[in-house]
Design a binder for this molecule. Structure first.
Ligand SMILES: C[S@@+](CC[C@H](N)C(=O)[O-])C[C@H]1O[C@@H](n2cnc3c(N)ncnc32)[C@H](O)[C@@H]1O
Length: 290
């Protein structure tokens, strides 16, 4: 069978299965099996597939049709222009998280050193992107999942920043392994249990629950933010910045939480994402506090 026919049939199959962007999924999966770039997939329509290639592609299409995210099937996802390895042990990096990188790059010029900590690094998306964009940055990246840390380390090696990031296994709700930091970034779990029950099966059935959900049923999803605030307040140098991704309904509560004077933050605000919805909490460690 030629590529054009395989793509047509695959797209119809995925469309019937209710998959988002079925044609794109079919092209990406075909590209993986055939080792073709997206452009080659479009230009090599007459290429004949071997029976082995057809069988391999059909198997991937079936898994996609059952809801398995395309990033896990491909084993990769782009974040901030870099290709990250992803496995089911890590959250698939989301475009909205790039807002944290943008905000950091606005604050630190390219030639400035910055000493940062990434809480809940997962695939390493934030730590690796920051180190890649800021050659004088050095950081620590923490996660309690050993399997995720293995993926994050491989991503740091792939993008040649492994020498500037120390990956550590640990619980950021217990203690933070640094002092006098310029910057703390975090994309913690923030989905409430009630929201989790409503998530599409594509997310809930495949991505790690421990990367998504914060708190008990009936909670506000901010348990991790509440839990990391005291440690972050102690670990930042005066004037240092804290940036935390939150859910779009958590802006007001998140700001109020970080404004609590006992954590030592000032200039607490929330940044909107491209859709104009609350997405990132920003706070500065008070200058007079250490
Ligand atoms: C939402 S994912 C974010 C992953 C990555 N930073 C990103 O933006 O794509 C949250 C990560 O935090 C980790 N995590 C959750 N609770 C943690 C805790 N108490 N201590 C350390 N890591 C934690 C999870 O294992 C997961 O990798």
């Amino acid at each position: 069978m030629d590529l054009r026919t395989v793509l047509q049939q695959g797209t119809e199959f995925l469309s019937r299965a209710g998959v988002d962007s079925p044609a794109l999924s079919a092209r990406l999966l075909a590209g993986k099996v055939l080792g073709l770039t997206p452009l080659q997939i479009l230009t090599e329509h007459r290429r004949e597939l071997s029976p082995r290639e057809e069988a391999e592609l059909q198997a991937l299409m079936r898994r996609r049709g059952q809801g398995e995210p395309v990033a896990y099937l491909l084993g990769e996802r782009e974040f901030y222009g870099l290709c990250f390895e992803v496995t089911p042990d890590v959250l698939i990096p989301r475009p909205e998280t790039e807002l944290i990188v943008d905000a950091v790059l606005d604050q630190w010029a390219a030639d400035q050193p910055v000493h940062f900590l990434d809480l809940g690094t997962g695939s390493g998306a934030l730590a690796v992107a920051l180190a890649h964009e800021r050659p004088k940055a050095r950081g620590l990246a923490l996660d309690r999942s050993r399997a995720a840390l293995r993926v994050a380390r491989r991503n740091a090696l792939k993008h040649r920043v492994a020498g500037r990031i120390l990956f550590l296994e640990g619980d950021f709700l217990q203690s933070l392994p640094a002092r006098d930091l310029d910057l703390i970034v975090a994309n913690p779990p923030y989905v409430t249990q009630d929201e989790y029950d409503e998530l599409s099966p594509e997310v809930a059935a495949y991505e790690p629950r421990s990367a998504l959900v914060s708190g008990e049923p009936g909670g506000d999803g901010l348990d991790h933010v509440r839990g990391l605030a005291p440690g972050a307040g102690r670990a930042l140098r005066p004037g240092g910045l804290l940036l935390i991704e939150i859910g779009w309904l958590q802006g007001r509560a998140g700001v109020k939480l970080l404004q609590d004077s006992k954590w030592g933050f000032e200039a607490v605000r929330v940044l909107p994402d491209l859709a104009g919805r609350d997405r990132v909490l920003v706070a500065r460690k008070q200058s007079g506090r250490s």
